[in-house]
Design a protein around this ligand. Structure first.
Ligand SMILES: [Zn+2]
Length: 596
């Protein structure tokens, strides 16, 4: 699909009223040249969220959220970049232009638009048929009997496919669509004896839309006893990809952005029941296996993902797989403990939405979920079984950051339930940790990690180190005279993450106007740069402060090199590095002595 021209995107940005746009999400008050308000992205009671109306940027000093108008719409509306541009263009009356397309690409885009139209009008047709036809009368009763009101059914555009063979195909052809388009959109299929017939007949229709609400395909449920299979979907085609689909994402993303969480359930009716009950940040993954693409979409919608899947083993296995993907995407994953044999729709129908809300409130992190599962399954009166449980639990505990509150919480839980003295548990974990740490660091880079850190001095947490690095970059921005020079002195080894290395590169390249050329294809980098620069504008860095912070980064760098040398058993390198470390420490002490 052709991209919008840079000129179009600039015109959109020019047209945006930043205070009005952000003001819809947070009450803003003028404060000097900025506008301040409560951050829409994290919970707070004193405003630390600032909007620069001229530069059209936002920045939170609390959580570091930052970006321009387009980014703001991407995050608050759960849209991708082109989607956010289109929404703003629409709202501020800017006409968008696409880059020149080659004729083939243009033909593909036009065909896609035709198919979207076809699916959209078919959705409208099914919808009308549900509410107006006598054939669907028993289905209307059935849905009402499940406790689903007309309002929620209409909001989700639930429909009914008529049972005759070719009702949809005939109507679409009458309106100028070709049979090959009907087949391409997954609505018709060729018959064995020639001709075409409708794929969906005599079923409840659930339109499957993308985040912007464009219907791409359908899920269809049988209404009669003998009708098999119970569920069918649109077959994979150029519009609809099962692995990418989340039922209800278009209706959930607003609520998800506001509440900071999104709830994933298995089925269509679960979503309908939860929306009706006010848990509007719910979507269905339509099955138990959460794909990487779904996870990407979910992580765009909110920072926390609550998984409320069946308590059966398939559901549990799916959660653990999801956990691995979530860690990579930096989504906080919580597991909702569903009662055996009840899905959310049944639970809400039986005990009300409060019962589900309560489960949400009690949702636990993945390691805690795993620990509780092992504990629940083990026979604690049998010493052999207790030992086995313990050996199952150690790797789980070990996977949790050693200095975290969670690790302490889980250790206490295990010690209590298995009746093991906490010191024993610590000792066992220590032993397990050494072996695992060696395995994990074999040839990789030795980032500070609790399990791997030995020796007298505890390593500072990953986050504290990253914070110091970021602050230093802000100080470089604040002090134009020395900042540029210090930026040049930072090499890759001064940073614990690639992200901040790239911020440094951006600052060096655009030192005089770092915010004017933010990279659009990389929102994470754009946000990180904006965060660093806006913090820098608040900062009053002196030459000494810069020097001191630089030395602290220098110290971290030498320690990092030392850890690598220790890991590799390179004693010679260690001997080289020890005096360097001492000299940096000495310089820090001297400087502190002067400033104190
Ligand atoms: Zn914030």
């Amino acid at each position: 699909m052709a991209r919008y021209t840079k000129d179009s995107i600039d015109r959109v940005k020019d047209a945006v009223d930043m205070v009005q746009l952000v003001g819809a999400r947070s009450d803003l008050r003028r404060s000097g040249t900025r506008w301040m308000g409560l951050c829409p992205f994290h919970d707070e009671h004193t405003p630390s969220f600032s909007v620069d109306a001229d530069q059209k940027l936002y920045h939170c000093f609390g959580c570091g959220a930052a970006g321009d108008a387009i980014r703001f719409v991407e995050v608050t509306e759960g849209l991708d970049f082109p989607g956010a541009v289109e929404m703003l263009a629409d709202r501020y009356g800017v006409e968008l232009q696409r880059e020149e397309e080659d004729p083939q690409a243009e033909a593909r885009r036009r065909r896609r638009e035709r198919l979207l139209q076809l699916v959209e009008r078919t959705a409208a047709y099914y919808e009308r048929y549900l509410w107006e036809s006598s054939e669907a009368a028993s289905t209307r009763e059935y849905l009402a009997g499940r406790g689903l009101g007309e309002e929620v059914l209409r909001a989700f555009r639930i429909g009914y496919a008529p049972s005759p063979w070719d009702r949809v195909s005939v109507a679409a052809q009458r309106d100028g669509f070709h049979t090959d388009e009907l087949v391409a959109a997954g609505l018709a299929q060729p018959g064995r004896r020639g001709g075409f017939y409708d794929r969906f007949r005599g079923r409840i229709m659930f339109p499957l839309a993308d985040a912007r609400g464009r219907v791409l395909g359908f899920g269809a449920r049988s209404v009669t006893e003998g009708q098999r299979p119970k569920y069918i979907n649109t077959a994979e085609n150029s519009l609809y990809h099962k692995g990418r689909q989340l039922f209800g994402i278009d209706r959930a993303r607003g609520a998800a952005a506001k509440k900071g969480r999104i709830v994933a359930v298995e089925g269509y009716t679960d979503v309908l029941a939860l929306h009706q009950g006010g848990v509007e940040e719910s979507v269905a993954i339509m099955g138990t296996a959460l794909t990487q693409e779904q996870l990407a979409e979910l992580s765009r919608a909110a920072g926390s993902l609550y998984l409320a899947l069946d308590a059966d083993s398939a559901g549990q296995e799916a959660m653990l797989r999801a956990a691995r993907g979530a860690r990579e995407r930096r989504v906080e994953l919580r597991v909702v403990g569903m009662p055996d044999g009840a899905d959310p729709a049944e639970l809400v129908a039986r005990d009300g939405v409060e019962a589900f809300e309560e489960l949400l409130a009690r949702a636990v992190t993945v390691p805690e979920f795993e620990v509780r599962r092992v504990l629940a399954e083990s026979n604690r009166s049998d010493p052999v079984a207790r030992d086995r449980a313990l050996s199952d639990l150690l790797p789980i505990l070990e996977s949790v950051d050693a200095n975290s509150v969670l690790r302490g919480h889980l250790m206490a839980l295990v010690a209590d339930k298995l009746d093991v003295p906490p010191e024993n548990l610590h000792a066992q974990l220590e032993g397990a940790g050494r072996g695992a740490a060696r395995r994990r660091f074999g040839g990789g880079d030795g980032a500070p990690n609790g399990a791997g850190a030995r020796g007298a001095e505890p390593a500072p947490s990953v986050e504290a180190v990253a914070r110091a690095e970021r602050e230093f970059l802000s100080m470089c921005v604040a002090d134009a005279t020395h900042g540029r020079e210090y930026l040049g002195r930072l090499d890759d080894d001064h940073f614990s993450s690639a992200a901040l290395r790239r911020v440094r590169d951006h600052l060096i390249e655009h030192f005089d106007a770092p915010l004017s050329e933010l990279p659009h294809d990389d929102p994470a980098l754009a946000a990180a740069v904006t965060d660093v620069v806006m913090r820098g504008e608040e900062e009053h860095a002196s030459g000494e402060a810069l020097r001191l912070t630089f030395l602290q980064l220098e110290l971290q760098r030498v320690k990092r090199q030392l850890r690598h040398a220790e890991r590799d058993g390179d004693l010679e390198r260690q001997r080289e590095l020890w005096p360097v470390r001492e000299s940096v420490r000495l310089q820090i002490d001297e400087l502190m002595g002067q400033t104190l």
